[in-house]
Design a protein around this ligand. Sequence first.
Ligand SMILES: O=C(O)CCC(=O)C(=O)O
Ligand SMILES: [Fe+2]
Length: 288
Amino acid sequence: MEIERTPTSTQALSAETGLVQLAVEKLYRDGIAARRGAFSQAWVQNLRNDIMKIFWESIQRPGGAIGRGPRRWYVEVQPEMISGFVELTTHPWFLAMSEAVLGPDFEIVEIGFDIPFEGAQYQPWHRDFPSPKESYEERRITSLAFNMTAVDVTAEMGPFEIALGTQWDDGRSWKHEMFPPRDLSPRFAERAIRTFPKMGDLSCRSALTIHRGTAHASMVPRPVLVVGVDAPGAGHAALHDMQVTKAFYESLPDVLKKHLVCRVVEKPEPITQKHDIEGLVMGVDKDY
Ligand SMILES: O=C(O)CCC(=O)C(=O)O
Ligand SMILES: [Fe+2]
């Protein structure tokens, strides 16, 4: 497999290639795959500091953070606000997974984070957007969501739950093509696993794989960074507007200049979110 040049050693790259082949198989089968220990604890602590700082600023700005259910928010950010952005998106596993699944012209279209706090409830089972024809008909994945936890996840922290293999479910008849009817819940519960990533782990999923955040009982919030990557034409770039300063753009390695979909501006604007996911505003009971 051809992979992009990154500032990493050839040895590290070839070790990563083996991991990537297995991960691609797993992704196609289960709808999610992971690379354990991609980053150090210290690196993730820094990420968590960035996230918490941005969260407390965003929550005070109208449209800065959007509700994804009680005591749970999503905040979309500009790349420069996350100090590890370049290291994360040039990690060999990130680049190789994106290229292997989405082709050589993949597009990095979105960066943000989810953050549930104590008291967050079950979300309804959902996918993050409707399935395109390429997926429900041809079983092709045309976009990826990379997730990186900013804490070691415990059972009390309302872990992320995902129903393996459901990325291929058609879903065109569902509410907003994203929310399966309640009578399908047992099917998802049967296939579901709860994920307990540790600081430094990086996962990659199709956002079509049916999932939910679960009830959060811990005093410790569970922030998770999300990076959205598209195959050309998948259409999500049009929903976002990443902005970077000239100095930041010029400092980027060529591989990111190629793949990051962004505008170069004087001063990146904080993101005002216009669209919430209507179905995620309320919590539901566990068996929904
Ligand atoms: O709690 C999580 O980790 C995921 C939340 C989620 O799936 C969403 O808000 O769309
Ligand atoms: Fe979701």
